[in-house]
Design a protein around this ligand. Structure first.
Ligand code: HEC
Length: 131
């Protein structure tokens, strides 16, 4: 009986730590490397130019579609008009699966399914804003 209980605990452990991981504070340095996937389309330095996608300086806490000079999709402009703000949670949902948040959006990116990479990226993005 006791053995069974222990075996149950051992089986549950990886599942539990996996669940905890999704909430982990990420590693910003590792996130900077994850951001290399975004650089084809986005700059992130302050005042950086828009490319295929808008500049991402200060993205955490920024309202959707708020770079005036960038031509967003109608879908993204509607989100912004409705008050959609890029909180960490909203960014997590968008970057995991862009179409899940903006179905008619124009960001051609499949999304990051790996939670560790996603948390690292979010930690990096949070640092890219005025102190
Ligand atoms: C192939 C080009 C491309 C890649 C790669 C790409 N994006 Fe985008 N991104 C876009 C475009 C285009 C938009 C505008 C979407 C719209 O208007 O629907 C956008 C929009 C965004 C927005 C919303 C910005 C705003 O001002 O509301 C965020 C946040 C974002 N991208 C983050 C990322 C991150 C982080 C990555 C890397 C993991 C990434 N993108 C990869 C093209 C890209």
């Amino acid at each position: 009986m006791r053995r069974l209980f222990l075996a149950g605990l051992l089986a549950a452990a990886p599942v539990l730590s996996g669940a905890a991981r999704a909430q982990d504070a990420g590693d910003a340095a590792a996130g900077q490397r994850v951001f290399n996937q975004c650089r084809a389309c986005h700059t992130i330095d302050q005042g950086g130019r828009n490319g295929v996608g808008p500049n991402l300086w200060g993205i955490v806490g920024r309202k959707a579609a708020s770079i005036e000079a960038f031509r967003y999709s109608a879908n993204m402009r509607e989100l912004g008009a409705a008050g959609h703000t890029w909180t960490v949670d909203n960014l997590r949902a968008y970057l995991r699966d862009p179409k899940a948040v903006a179905q008619r959006g124009i960001m051609s990116f499949p999304g990051i399914k790996n939670d560790t990479q996603l948390n690292d990226l979010l930690a990096y993005l949070q640092g890219q804003r005025a102190p």
